[in-house]
Write a protein that binds this ligand. Structure first.
Ligand code: NI
Ligand code: MN
Length: 226
């Protein structure tokens, strides 16, 4: 499994059987590694309805014929617009040809805020991907919550964790989340896109290292083999 950071909370996950883009936000993202038109993928996985997590979902689905995987409400939103979708709910997962995708709980809000902040988009979720003998957790946007220990219990090869503060966990809570998740490696996300969520990922990685965790900040475009 190969993980490439595309900026903000957007990652490309390449498995032996498929290419997945998680939380596509490239258009309008000042740190985007690629333009949406240049991304090749088979699946798009969306954690929640906020535009900084799904604004390029339709473009990627259209240009690639990709299937959008998300909670039921987001899946129905895109299905009504003619896209291939697979909806599920937190605690549920599905075995796809390349591997398994499951949704977890997350503590955050969710609306199609690009259309209207009151347009319901189901609940905000985290994402677990199991493929090629690897297990990956993308936390989406979330607060720290104690049930992260349940997500970590079966072992995580990597955890992608927000550290930006204000809208999500900041570095202090993200550090605590590492104690619950115990991933082999964590990659920080959801920081630096705007001044409000400016953070120092190297300082976070250093603090995590002192606590016995491995954190690897990735520059947009940089990859990590899991
Ligand atoms: Ni959000
Ligand atoms: Mn966000």
């Amino acid at each position: 499994m190969r993980l490439t950071y595309l900026g903000h909370s957007c990652f490309l996950v390449e498995t032996a059987g498929a290419r997945l883009v998680l939380d596509p936000f490239l258009t309008g993202n000042p740190n985007a590694a690629l333009s949406a038109a240049d991304v090749k993928c088979d699946y798009v996985v969306v954690s929640h309805g906020h535009s900084d997590h799904n604004c390029d979902a339709a473009t990627l689905a259209e240009t690639n014929g990709a299937t959008i995987i998300a909670n039921h409400e987001i899946a129905e939103f895109y299905a009504a617009r003619g896209f291939k979708t697979h909806g599920m709910s937190p605690g549920g997962g599905h075995d796809f040809p390349f591997g398994r995708v499951a949704l977890t709980i997350a503590f955050h809000t969710s609306s199609f805020d690009a259309e209207s902040p009151t347009l319901y988009a189901g609940c905000a979720c985290g994402i677990v991907i199991e493929a090629d003998g690897r297990r990956l957790y993308h936390a989406g946007d979330t607060a720290l919550f104690s049930d992260m220990q349940l997500i970590g219990r079966r072992g995580l090869d990597a955890a992608l964790l927000p550290i930006g503060d204000n809208y999500t966990m900041g570095p202090t809570d993200a550090l605590e989340s590492l104690d619950l998740l115990k991933p082999k490696v964590a990659v920080p996300m959801h920081y630096g896109t705007w001044p409000l969520i400016a953070q120092d990922p190297v300082a976070f990685a250093d603090a995590a290292g002192r606590a016995g965790h491995v954190v690897k900040p990735l520059r947009p475009g940089e990859s990590l083999a899991l």
